[in-house]
Design a protein around this ligand. Structure first.
Ligand code: CA
Length: 261
């Protein structure tokens, strides 16, 4: 009896070893407790035929599974990095659970390197927002001011220069298909790579662009100072690398199993 139990247990050990670890969340080497959502592998049509010139041509993109921050990175999470590394803190601070703002693309990259994550590629960001159904906004194809932190419809005319971001996750009904929040609005989000025209044909896991048009970096999603049409998930904003005082730009992080290989 004892022998058969030992045999059973050893078989179980072998089975578990072969199965390998099932990762519930990306690693958290710095104890930042960043919430992630998993984005399953799949394909979508990147870009929008009716959008700006640089949103075309619409092209098929296939991506492997990855994880993306459920929220924009918060000020508390970024300040932990500043305190640990003596990195210069951002100019604007609203509160711990607000998105970090007034960070350059280089700041975002440095944070990611320290924390063990990376910026999402432009394709990953757009897929997390639009999903396999190619939605124009994270929740669907129609603009809905209740689902994103943008300019309230009644205030569109004055452009709300005084508007500030809200704490992350303030519009839970605006969740994207994979559960990420604030992909439309609140603060713009830096993504990996340089600004460059879209490819003509289908691509798989496109890497960040390293040679682009001048040295413009790309930000996505619009901010609390944008009206609905500018919060569409296909819109691309290009910004100079030295754009530190922009008080409505932050980022969110991403991670893939293959990053650890
Ligand atoms: Ca955002």
């Amino acid at each position: 009896m004892r022998a058969s139990l030992a045999g059973y247990l050893s078989a179980l050990v072998v089975a578990v070893a072969c199965w390998g670890p099932v990762r519930a969340q990306p690693p958290d080497a710095r104890g930042l407790k960043i919430a992630f959502v998993k984005v399953p592998a799949g394909s979508f049509d990147m870009g929008w035929e009716k959008g700006c010139v640089d949103e075309r041509p619409v092209h098929r993109v296939t991506l492997s599974e990855f994880w993306i921050g459920k929220y924009e990175l918060t000020q508390a999470q970024y300040l932990a990095f500043c305190q640990a590394t003596k990195h210069k803190p951002p100019r604007y601070r609203f509160g711990d659970n607000y998105p970090v703002v007034s960070v350059t693309h280089a700041d975002a990259e440095e944070f990611c390197k320290w924390a063990g994550y990376r910026l999402p590629t432009e394709a990953e960001w757009e897929y997390a927002a639009r999903g396999p159904e190619n939605r124009l906004y994270p929740w669907g194809d129609e603009w809905d001011p209740a689902k994103a932190v943008g300019i309230p419809p009644e205030d569109v005319k004055d452009n709300m220069p005084h508007t500030k971001p809200l704490p992350v996750g303030s519009r839970p009904s605006g969740a994207s298909w994979c559960g990420a929040l604030d992909l439309a609005g609140n603060v713009w989000e830096w993504v990996a790579g340089l600004y460059a025209p879209y490819p003509e044909g289908p691509v798989t896991d496109p890497p960040p662009v390293t040679t682009g048009v001048d040295t413009w970096w790309v930000a996505r999603g619009g901010s609390c100072r944008c009206k609905g049409v500018h919060l569409r998930s296909t819109l691309r904003a290009r910004r100079d690398a030295a754009y530190p005082s922009w008080d409505t730009i932050g980022f969110r992080v991403a991670w893939s199993e293959r990053d650890a290989e």
